[in-house]
Design a binder for this molecule. Structure first.
Ligand SMILES: [Mg+2]
Length: 375
């Protein structure tokens, strides 16, 4: 039985899928037009398989591009041959590695083991606390009128939480934009802001002072990722909860930020954080510190989104708002059926074995820009 669960071969395909609409982020990241991902499949000796996905965020985000993710996989995959997936999951061996490539391998091991055991992946992570999670919808970096148009459109589709992207216009304009949006929205709409490292401490201070009376649910990554002292100062200046995203690629950074009192909310992304085992470690640290989690996403496809939903549904300390389960809806296409899990602005967990998604080989072939086979 032991050897039946060993990995005998691994395939992976870098893919590029166009976004339904270009996405303008902060000055740090510019405008995105495609999702770059690597789809990965592990094959076990018993004939079972498991799917994973890497979502490189670029040099300025998590340090990974499509090319460096494939190089990292070329390095990591040979050592995975012969690895027993039950040992991998039960001993949390995914914590040995970090980054997008490691995430693809870790998620694939969880999926394969859960499929063999005829269990959903969440059962390998903890107890089910939610059957589904509301999704947020992001707006591009633009004017208040642009935001309000998006909010009006997606409100009709059931979305109640919106993430406003900021970080490349003058701070007075962003303050004015925030005030106008919060004045014009319906009572049940929740607004969060993500500055994607776009501000200095002086700009962020000006923003939080001017917006301190507004019911913003959180302000994410106002400062550069490594400015922990600045984030700590900012937290002391405002009642608006401060969230970290780019600042927490690794579990040890989470511990450092908790110690420095430099954030109230922690954005978990399965690919950024190097897979399910690392993400679970982060979630546990955040819970022990009495802080909250935002289940967030890169521009990612349905494999990572499903993994994120399985983990999110086991957590007790999620922010009381929408989380990032809309990524596949923002693509012109996907290689999975995850979009069908979303109804009326809410992502519903599957109890099917493994991640519970269907992955289409045909779609992978359609969007692949390379193909690799190990073993
Ligand atoms: Mg963010």
């Amino acid at each position: 039985m032991e050897s039946a669960l060993e990995i005998i071969s691994i395939d992976y395909w870098p893919v590029q899928i166009p976004l339904a609409q270009p996405y303008h982020l902060s000055s740090v990241y510019g405008t995105l037009t495609h999702s770059d991902a690597v789809i990965l499949r592990v094959h076990l000796a018993n004939g079972a398989a498991g799917w994973g996905e890497a979502d490189p965020g670029g040099v300025k985000f998590d340090g990974y591009t499509l090319e460096t993710t494939c190089s990292a996989l070329a390095e990591l995959t040979p050592a995975m041959l012969g690895q027993n997936v039950a040992s991998w999951v039960e001993q949390g061996l995914g914590r040995q590695h970090l980054g997008a490539a490691a995430a693809a391998l870790d998620v694939a091991c969880y999926d394969a083991l859960a499929r063999v055991r005829q269990q959903p992946v969440w059962k390998l992570l903890g107890q089910k606390r939610h059957d589904g999670i509301d999704s947020l919808w992001p707006t591009s970096n633009g004017s208040a009128d642009d935001d309000l148009k998006v909010i009006e459109q997606y409100y009709q589709h059931g979305f109640r939480t919106y993430m406003l992207k900021m970080g490349d216009r003058p701070i007075e304009a962003e303050i004015e934009r925030t005030r106008q949006v919060l004045t014009d929205i319906a009572d049940d709409v929740i607004i969060m802001v993500d500055a994607n490292q776009g501000w200095s401490l002086a700009q962020a201070s000006e923003y939080v002072h001017a917006c301190n009376d507004l019911p913003l649910i959180l302000l994410e990554q106002p400062l550069p990722a490594d400015d922990i002292a600045g984030l700590s100062q900012l937290c002391g200046q405002t009642r608006i909860p401060i969230s970290v995203d780019e600042s927490i690629l690794r579990p040890d950074q989470v511990d450092e930020i908790i110690k420095a009192d430099a954030a109230d909310i922690f954005s978990i992304k399965i690919s950024k954080n190097g897979g399910l085992a690392n993400s679970l470690t982060i979630a546990n640290s955040v819970e022990q510190a009495g802080k909250r989690i935002l289940m967030n996403s890169m521009i990612e496809l349905g494999i990572t989104q499903a993994a994120s939903l399985h983990l999110g549904c086991t957590l007790d300390n999620l922010m009381p708002c929408g989380h990032a389960y809309m990524s596949t809806k923002r693509m012109a296409d996907d290689v999975t059926d995850f979009s069908s899990w979303l109804h009326n602005g809410r992502a519903h967990l599957s109890d099917r074995p493994g991640l519970g998604i269907e992955v289409s080989m045909e779609k992978i072939k359609q969007y692949q820009i390379g193909e690799f086979h190990v073993g």
